[in-house]
Design a binder for this molecule. Structure first.
Ligand code: 5GP
Length: 236
């Protein structure tokens, strides 16, 4: 489907209209950002790796019965997705303590979390994506109560599918962030699932294989993404 005018440019992806108002083209760029856009670099091949990674994961989730916006891969860096109305909250599930949870609560990095922790954040870079709860979402009308419950349930379903998928490939799914939207009245998973928005550690060595390599200046960022992709069977 032909790509028409650009509708939106995010930090790592751009969205283009198509002739069909129900579908848009999601274009994955090599731009890599951290700290709410304060650190930005171009990492060669990242757009292609993340586009293919996301397509693979979205298809696995769809096979497990999770509604997603993904339709099909168009080319190495672009996918066709449903044109959703996005819900401006981020849903995070944590299986192991790391990142902002450790900074906020002073718990030990690497601690197993049983049961897993669920958190909502407001998607707003200028406010540094503050943590919010269901009362904020209701009061400010960011989503309905039904949508909130659906997002939570789907985020935990994703955990069941992906914890196993990564574990089978010798990795720990530490945590991840999901975004949802509404398409023809149904809450569907949107945005992307890639090592840009999750933490993945090697199960034996606990080597970081995700965007923390970029955030922490550890190097080998794309090489780690490619390693994860190869291990789970993403055709690159
Ligand atoms: P934390 O709250 O520890 O910074 O992040 C928790 C998880 O959600 C991590 O896997 C992190 O990569 C992801 N995450 C949280 N906020 C964002 C965001 O704004 N963009 C992306 N790409 N990932 C995020």
């Amino acid at each position: 489907m032909e790509k028409l005018q650009q509708l939106y440019a995010g930090k790592a992806k751009s969205v283009y209209a198509t002739a069909n108002p129900d579908y848009v083209v999601l274009s994955f760029r090599d731009d890599t950002s951290a700290f709410d856009g304060e650190k930005v670099e171009q990492l060669s091949r990242k757009g292609e790796v993340n586009n293919k990674f996301n397509a693979f994961i979205m298809q696995k989730l769809a096979e497990a019965g999770i509604p997603t916006h993904f339709e099909k891969l168009l080319n190495p860096t672009e996918s066709l997705v449903k044109h959703m109305q996005m819900i401006p909250v981020e849903c995070v599930v944590r299986n192991v303590a790391s990142g902002s949870l450790v900074r906020r609560l002073g718990v030990e990095d690497g601690m197993n979390l049983t049961p897993p922790v669920f958190e909502f954040f407001l998607k707003n870079d200028s406010l540094h994506d503050p943590m919010i709860n269901e009362y904020h979402i209701a009061t400010f009308g960011w989503a309905t109560e039904q949508q909130v419950q659906r997002m939570k349930a789907l985020t935990f379903e994703v955990n069941q599918v992906l914890k196993q998928l990564f574990s089978d490939a010798g990795m720990i799914l530490v945590d991840y962030k999901l975004e949802f939207g509404v398409f023809k009245g149904e809450v569907c998973l949107g945005d992307e699932f890639s090592p840009d928005g999750c933490r993945l550690w090697d199960a034996e060595t606990r080597k970081k294989l995700d965007k923390d390599r970029f955030r922490q200046g550890l190097g080998g960022v794309i090489e780690a993404y490619e390693e994860v992709a190869t291990r789970i069977g993403v055709p690159l």
